[in-house]
Every structure is written in C-alpha cells, then in structure tokens.
Design a protein around this ligand. Structure first.
Ligand code: ZN
Length: 372
C-alpha cells in the first residue's frame, strides 16, 4: 500500500466490482487492511445476496482510550463497470467514456485506506477505528442490510459516499418500493379482440391516476419500469409496474404509497367483472435518518473541515445509502463527500485535488476525535 491516493484510486477502479462481483477488490482490501495493522473479517452475507464476496469489517486498534469511530464505504459499482480505463486530463480523472469511472464509491474506499495508512505510518496517537466496506450497496443496500450491525462499537460514523468534499449529508429519506402486476385476458387481436381484456390499457388508466414525481419538498415518487406484452397481434394479459416513493416524513410516505395502491386497485376493480386482477407488493427499503446539526458527529466533521480551510455545507439528501441502514441501530452517522461527480453515468469523474482533500479530511477527523 502507498501514501499516494491518486495512484491507489486508479489501481482500485481498474479492478472490476459491479454489484455481486466484488471478490477481486475485497481480496485486495483485506490484504491492504492487514498490512496497516487492522484485524480483518469477511462475513457471509453473499449467501443471501448471491454475490461472490461478503462485507469486510476491520478494526484498527488505537492507543487513545476512546470508543472507535466508523468509516464506511461500498465496494460495488453500478454498470457498465467492466474494464474501466481511468485517464487523467487536466487534473480530473475520467473513464474512457464507455464505462462508469467507479469513483462511486472507490473514491471513498481509497481515501479511507490512504488516510489510515498515513496515520499509522506517522506514529501519532489515535483512537481505534472501525472500517466497514460493504457489498451490493447499489442494488438495494444489500450488504449493509445483511451485516451484523450489533458488532459495531463506534461512537459515531461517516459514510464516504457523496459529492464535493465538505458536503455533509445529515439526513436522508425513507424509501418504499412497489411491484404491481395487472392481469387482463389474452386473445387474438385480429380474430377475436372482444374476448380479450387489455392489461396495458388498464395499467395506463391506473398510471394516469397515480401521484408522480415531486409531491412536496420532502416527498417524491416514481414509476420507473413497465414490462408487458408479447406480440402486436395478442391482446396482452399481463403488465408489471415497478416504482418507488421517498419521504423524510414517514406519514407522508405512507400517504403517497396508499394513493398509488388506491389508483391501481380502483382502476382494476372497474374491470374485475371482465377478468381483471391485481397483484401488488409494497415494501420498505430503508428508514429515513436525520442527525441534528449540533450533534457531535456533525460538529466533529465541521471542525476538521475548518482546520483544513475546506468550505462546508450541511444538507439533507434525497437518496438512500448504507448510512440509512447502519444508523437505524442508534449509531449516529452522516454521509460525507469524496469528490465524486456525475455518478452512475459514463461521464463520471473526480478531480485529483478532491481525492487529496478527502484523504486529508479523514486524517483530520481521526486527529480531531482522538485529541478532543
Ligand atoms: Zn455510492
């Protein structure tokens, strides 16, 4: 392992780790964590997820008598994430334009690893550190959900998984997801269409009656996928709808989900006599989290950023992350920026300067906490 976060980051993104396929990067991180003196364990959550690697939990002992602090990042990337070829152009790292870059979240992983390596090599006194590198974050926070969180002993934690260094996400919404299957009746479209009942037509009436998009300042919902139909000459007997709803307010989340269910149920009911039927499943994906701006975890982050003269901003985010799952056990967490930009697209990039700042931020956090 090296002290140069830029080359370490370039090294990590060259290793494929699309969700469920994190094995190669997990093996490297286990070896590197051991090389800095951490005890490392991998769990078997992949038995449930079907992936090829578990979550990596590591403990770096300290010589300051305090509870540990937690740094968390995810090892998986979205697609297309195979054969990433990073290149640096005018101080910014890009992919070759055919894949994502994987700064989401290898920038978080690299900054944590290099910061800890520097702290250990400097020989300065520090509090113990817990490190959690999760799998399959991008496909529903599966690693964090499967991890035995009761083993975490940290006073608070930081999930390195957001944009500009200095950005502090102190809250994120709850999310529900739903799958609805609208059933109609199949028939030959040219010979006897009157014997059919078009499931796509019924579904589209329901969709037109549903809430959609931004509901208010803290609530959103979206229908994202429709699958249905076999051929143009068949009246379709089945269509599947997949969507989600998010809110920072649990009562509003429940309300918007009820409205979606009602739009589907009442529409399908109008065609029930002709054979229409609905199957519907609405599930909680994760709970909202919210940390007070005066909470020690926020104050600590602000102090570290001020010491480094990095501008900061505490905001409430719109996405879910491992922090939603981990903080649910009562461990205060915030999500912090690593420098990643235009994530989940082939235009994803990160400035080398942000990687340096992100690494310095983690070093400073450990120092501020250990001395405070
Ligand atoms: Zn991420």
């Amino acid at each position: 392992m090296q002290h140069d976060v830029i080359s370490y980051f370039m090294h990590l993104v060259r290793i494929d780790s699309e969700s469920l396929n994190e094995r190669a990067v997990a093996d490297i991180l286990k070896k590197d964590l051991e090389s800095i003196g951490a005890t490392v364990e991998e769990d078997d959550c992949h038995k449930q997820t079907g992936g090829n690697a578990g979550n990596i939990y590591a403990y770096l002992p300290g010589n300051v008598d305090k509870a540990p602090i937690l740094f968390c990042a995810h090892m998986d990337t979205v697609k297309p994430g195979k054969g990433i070829k990073p290149r640096i152009e005018n101080g910014t790292i890009y992919s070759d334009g055919t894949t994502i870059l994987g700064s989401d979240d290898k920038s978080g992983v690299a900054e944590i690893m290099v910061a800890l390596k520097r702290i250990v090599d400097s020989g300065t006194d520090h509090a113990p550190v817990e490190i959690l590198f999760t799998v399959s974050e991008e496909i529903g926070l599966l690693g964090a959900k499967g991890f035995d969180k009761s083993r975490l002993k940290s006073a608070f934690g930081f999930a390195l998984d957001s944009h500009q260094v200095g950005e502090l996400l102190i809250g994120a919404p709850s999310q529900n997801s739903y799958k609805a299957v609208v059933h109609g009746v199949e028939a030959h479209a040219g010979v006897e269409p009157e014997k059919g009942l078009n499931a796509i037509r019924i579904a589209s009436e329901a969709i037109a009656a549903m809430p959609m998009g931004r509901i208010d300042f803290e609530t959103t919902c979206n229908l994202g996928i429709i699958n249905g139909g076999e051929a143009t000459n068949i009246v379709p007997n089945k269509v599947c709808l997949y969507g989600e709803a998010r809110s920072h307010n649990p009562a509003k989340l429940e309300r918007v989900c009820k409205d979606i269910v009602h739009a589907l149920e009442s529409t399908v009911a109008r065609y029930a006599e002709q054979g229409a039927r609905l199957e519907m499943k609405c599930e909680k994906e994760y709970e909202a989290f919210r940390v007070n701006e005066n909470d020690p975890v926020v104050k600590m982050a602000i102090k570290a950023l001020q010491n480094l003269e990095i501008p900061y901003q505490a905001v409430v985010g719109g996405g879910g992350s491992d922090a939603n799952i981990i903080s649910a056990i009562g461990l205060p967490m915030i999500i912090t920026g690593t420098g990643m930009d235009k994530v989940h697209t082939v235009h994803e990039n990160i400035k080398t300067d942000q990687l340096l700042k992100g690494t310095a931020f983690i070093e400073e956090l450990v120092r501020v906490y250990s001395e405070g």
